[in-house]
Design a protein. Structure first.
Length: 728
């Protein structure tokens, strides 16, 4: 429905995203209107489109979908508008004097003949010009926003565009509407393409084709982890996206606009890569090769130190573990890889202990908060996330090549989870000659982010690597560990007499969903005497009855059905909901009050927390590491409810109890290493719910999706350069 009236007063406004709450006089009826508004002032006349909704806390409100400015026509509206505070030097008294003098022609006078204002007592030429300037500037902003709205751009995005380009907004958009993809967070090709079409941009425009190629490369990176695509593949997908099947035209688009994309030939194949990704992998390779070759063997009596560690901890390291410790102490870059229960943590603890006692500074870190916490608990030493170790924030990292970390050895756990950008930032901050020890499980899924660091480094054969395959006695007591290795060896899990690993054989998706809801809500919390928060449901699939979206909605309905809520784009968020950050956001501000007041920036993909309050269209989330973050309207699409998450999203985390949904589905997704990864997320109990035939199919499915990456190639290239330069 549509309402016409004037702004009575502004109750609340967030200048960052335009979310506004106003009292609105609609033909004499005072209502509360809420939504995304352009810059407005009391007295302004607006047409609002939207609908009435009932808010449990604030009562009936008019939820605004679109806003249209209407020039104030009657004297009273003009009076309110002038007295709103928008015009410097004009208060209520002056506004009354101006309107009393010029009546309904007031705005016309201000716009076209401001010198007339000097006829009013107290208004000099300077003040008159200032009033006219404010009026014109305000209209300019409105004109830009209205122009963009006419082309299907939301007020929220229009405000972002104006904030980015200011007075040049219209000129920039008209010249190349695709520039907003790179310049404004959250804008994709589809949005820019719709705007371009309405502006009359030709379908074979070079701007459009270049934007499509970049979009294809970004999608390949974000969805499939590729760091490049064969040029023919990239052109084919861009042609499908644009409907322009002209390879020469695409080549021309890249030649005339080279920024952002690198076209190269690698090992006889023409490839395209985003410049930022290409340069990051190249930088990674150079730094890894340098670290490998600069390091010297330690002067520590390793046998003696290991013996001392064994006596102190009442253990005996086996030959493989000893080899791993020796390698870590003697090499510049070392990879230690193995599955659960193979002693990776004990090796980290041993290396850290030996070096610390020798006065060496050891930094322990991991890509995620959960992995870092687990590392701390297992070693008894402080471990940090990579971002926290580097002093991460919206303006870059505190530690870098100009301000390196004061660490002789850096040990990174769960290295397969690190993305190439944070790993490159870490390597920049490593002092030349320091040692880097990378620990991970080569059989887990690769990182969600682009790149394949662990696999590429192992396959390069340039680095010392220790493969752990022996399951130790204590670990053998856990059927979670035993069955994880059975799955990895393509064998069905064993559940007889198990106390921590179970299979609930359900054949259809509805039964699977019902069983999972029952387990998460009642059966497992009662059986283990734990809180529901200690249970994490995992699903390989996003869609479907037993997929992430469906299970999330149902678990929310059962576990957190009532309370203050906020609805955004069909997503319901309630106070008490478990939520997950789904992208890296380096600029989100947070505070932590656990040990005094600490402030910082940066919330990262995979961080899990709980909504502790909802106010004025904003969510307040407290994450598991104590960080409290306020989510404004434009940031809400970065959050998802996390009662159920995908197996990919669970990587690097460990949960007391894991329930895994297994259904029939995509062969490329339902693989052995996905199930292996899911099972290894469990600490106290793992339950697989699904048809045993489908479970067996997964275990027999060794399919691994090809991931296009350049790190291995660059490592070989850098090693050859190093040998030519130094002759070693």
């Amino acid at each position: 429905m549509e309402l016409k009236g004037s702004v009575e007063s502004i109750i609340f406004r967030n200048e960052e995203n335009g979310y506004t709450v106003i009292y609105f006089d609609a033909d004499g009826k005072l209502i509360v209107a809420v939504g995304i508004f352009p810059i407005i002032s009391p007295g302004e006349v607006l047409k609002l489109k939207g609908e009435y909704k009932f808010n449990t806390k604030f009562g009936e409100q008019f939820a605004v979908e679109s806003v249209e400015f209407v020039k104030p026509e009657d004297a009273e509206s003009i009076r309110k508008y002038l007295a709103s505070g928008l015009f410097r030097g004009v208060g209520e008294v002056t506004a009354n004097l101006i309107v009393d003098k010029f009546g309904t022609k007031t705005l016309e006078i201000i716009e076209n003949n401001p010198d007339e204002l000097t006829k009013i007592r107290g208004i000099g030429k300077k003040t008159a010009n200032e009033i006219a300037k404010c009026y014109k500037e305000n209209n300019k902003v409105k004109d830009i926003i209205l122009f963009l709205q006419n082309y299907g751009i939301s007020i929220s995005l229009a405000l972002k565009i104006y904030k980015q380009y200011e007075d040049a907004s219209l000129a920039v958009i008209k010249e190349n509407p695709y520039c907003i993809i790179d310049d404004i967070e959250g804008v994709g090709f589809a949005t820019a393409d719709k705007l371009a079409a309405k502006l009359g941009v030709e379908k074979d425009s070079l701007f459009r084709l270049k934007a499509a190629i970049i979009h294809v490369l970004k999608e390949a990176s974000q969805k499939n982890g590729h760091t490049y695509l064969p040029k023919a593949s990239a052109f084919k997908e861009a042609a499908y996206l644009t409907g322009i099947y002209d390879q020469e035209r695409m080549e021309l688009a890249l030649e005339t606009q080279p920024d952002g994309v690198i076209s190269s030939e690698i090992e006889g194949q023409e490839i395209l890569s985003l410049t930022s990704i290409y340069n990051t992998e190249k930088s990674l390779a150079a730094k890894l090769v340098t670290l490998k070759n600069l390091s010297q063997e330690t002067d520590i009596n390793i046998d003696e130190e290991i013996l001392h560690f064994e006596k102190t901890n009442r253990i005996v390291l086996d030959p493989k573990q000893r080899q791993a410790v020796e390698s870590g102490l003697n090499n510049g870059v070392v990879i230690i890889t193995g599955g659960p229960g193979t002693g990776k943590t004990m090796i980290i603890k041993c290396i850290s202990s030996i070096l610390s006692q020798r006065g060496k500074k050891v930094a322990l870190c991991a890509p995620t908060g959960r992995a870092a916490k687990r590392m701390s608990e297992a070693t008894g030493e402080e471990a940090k996330t990579l971002h926290r170790l580097l002093g991460g924030g919206g303006n870059g990292f505190e530690y870098n090549e100009y301000n390196p970390l004061e660490a002789d050895v850096i040990i990174v756990d769960e290295i397969s989870m690190a993305d190439i950008f944070i790993f490159n930032a870490l390597l920049k901050a490593v002092t030349p000659g320091a040692k880097l020890i990378l620990v991970g499980d080569k059989d887990q899924l690769p990182a969600v982010a682009c790149g394949n660091i662990l696999a590429d480094m192992l396959s390069s054969n340039l680095f010392c690597a220790v493969y752990l395959n022996e399951i130790y006695r204590q670990a053998k007591e856990s059927m979670i560990v035993v069955n994880a290795h059975r799955i990895n060896n393509s064998q069905m899990p064993v559940t007889k007499n198990s106390k921590d690993f179970f299979i609930d054989n359900k054949s259809d998706p509805e039964s699977i969903k019902d069983a999972i809801i029952s387990m998460a809500a009642r059966r497992i919390p009662n059986f283990l005497e734990i809180h529901q928060r200690d249970i994490q449901v995992l699903s390989p699939m996003k869609k479907g009855v037993a997929g992430v979206e469906s299970l999330n909605a149902e678990l929310q309905r059962v576990l957190n059905p009532h309370g203050k809520e906020l609805v955004r784009n069909h997503n319901v968020f309630r106070v008490g909901d478990k939520v997950m950050q789904t992208v890296n956001n380096y600029s989100l501000e947070w505070i932590r009050t656990q040990e005094g007041l600490e402030r910082g920036e940066g919330v990262f993909n995979g961080d899990i927390g709980y909504i502790i309050d909802i106010e004025q269209g904003r969510l307040i989330v407290e994450f598991e590491d104590g960080k409290k973050v306020v989510y404004e309207n434009e940031d809400l699409d970065q959050l998802m409810t996390a009662y159920c998450i995908s197996v990919h999203k669970s990587q690097g985390s460990e949960f007391p109890v894991v329930i895994i949904a297994v259904t029939s589905g995509n062969y490329a997704i339902l693989t052995k290493n996905l199930l292996y990864t899911a099972v290894t997320r469990a600490k106290k109990m793992a339950v697989i719910v699904g048809d045993e035939k489908n479970i067996e199919k997964m275990i027999k499915n060794n399919y691994t999706a090809k991931r296009y990456t350049l790190l291995k190639h660059f490592l070989s290239e850098q090693e050859s350069k190093y040998i030519k330069l130094w002759g070693v």
